[in-house]
Design a protein around this ligand. Structure first.
Ligand SMILES: [Zn+2]
Length: 271
């Protein structure tokens, strides 16, 4: 599933190809996504110039002259920049044909992705309006984490994965950040000291930044046929490494189930 670094990688991959380009045609081949694509959207988007591509949580915000498009990759969505004449494939949902004669094509086998449009500022869209702070933004700092952990008995890993408190910290990056911060994933959130909150915020930022730098972990190709795979998997310390030696101390990495998700930690490095 694309997580924040994969979405940011996608954004960086598509932005140079679509920014400044005019939408010649938005062709919807299959409206069935998480929400059906509005029938009014293609005509509304046609002829508008793309001004910028931003990201909020795991949404891509494509800024147009008279509003914006809001795109979510869901569980299995991917974007490809292709020559306009490229034959359609199964699960291709829409094409955004540009005045460069290239098209941005969205493919989504599991159909949990979405495409919306809106006028005015994207921040007021119902899907974005109530989103928690960005993990790489200024609002998410050690004071913030310390405050939100005070009265919560929930495990710290579940807390940092709670998108009502901070957006876009998925299972892989939560596990890795907790390893770097030397905190066991099952610890009660409120047991964290101020120093530990500081270390955890720093680790979350570091892990996400590194993952973005290496093109994400899970995403395969996002641009053109020769799209580069994500290289971050080779740099994971604990995620999906159960039974293997800790890269720091050599102790076997443990796996537990926590909130229906697998979690991984080093019983020696993390307390
Ligand atoms: Zn260790």
């Amino acid at each position: 599933m694309p997580e924040l670094p994969e979405v940011e990688t996608t954004r960086r991959g598509i932005a140079p190809h679509i920014t400044g380009r005019r939408i010649e045609k938005l062709a919807v081949h299959d409206r069935r996504l998480r929400w059906p694509v509005s029938r009014a959207l293609p005509e509304w988007a046609q002829g508008q110039t793309i001004q910028a591509v931003r990201r909020r949580a795991k949404y891509l915000v494509i800024q147009l002259e008279r509003g914006y498009l809001l795109l979510h990759l869901g569980m299995s969505g991917s974007l490809l920049i292709l020559p306009e004449s490229t034959a359609l494939d199964t699960h291709d949902h829409f094409d955004m044909v540009l005045d460069s004669r290239w098209t941005m094509r969205f493919n989504d086998p599991r159909r949990f992705g979405s495409l919306h449009h809106g006028k005015g500022t994207p921040d007021t869209h119902p899907l974005l309006r109530n989103l928690a702070p960005e993990p790489l933004g200024q609002e998410f700092d050690s004071d913030y984490l310390y405050d939100v952990t005070r009265k919560r008995r929930v495990a710290i890993k579940q807390l940092i994965m709670n998108s009502a408190l901070v957006v876009g910290v998925g299972n892989i990056y939560a596990s890795e950040a907790l390893f770097r911060a030397k905190i066991r994933p099952g610890r009660a959130a409120r047991s964290l000291t101020r120093m530990e909150c500081m270390a955890l915020v720093r680790s979350i930022r570091f892990v996400l930044t590194m993952a973005i730098r290496h093109g994400g972990t899970t995403l395969r190709n996002y641009v053109g046929a020769g799209g580069e795979p994500g290289h971050f998997r080779q740099r994971l310390y604990v995620y999906e490494r159960a039974g293997q030696p800790c890269r720091t101390c050599g102790t076997k990495i443990k796996q537990r189930t926590q909130g229906q998700r697998s979690t991984y930690f080093c019983p020696k490095c993390q307390v």
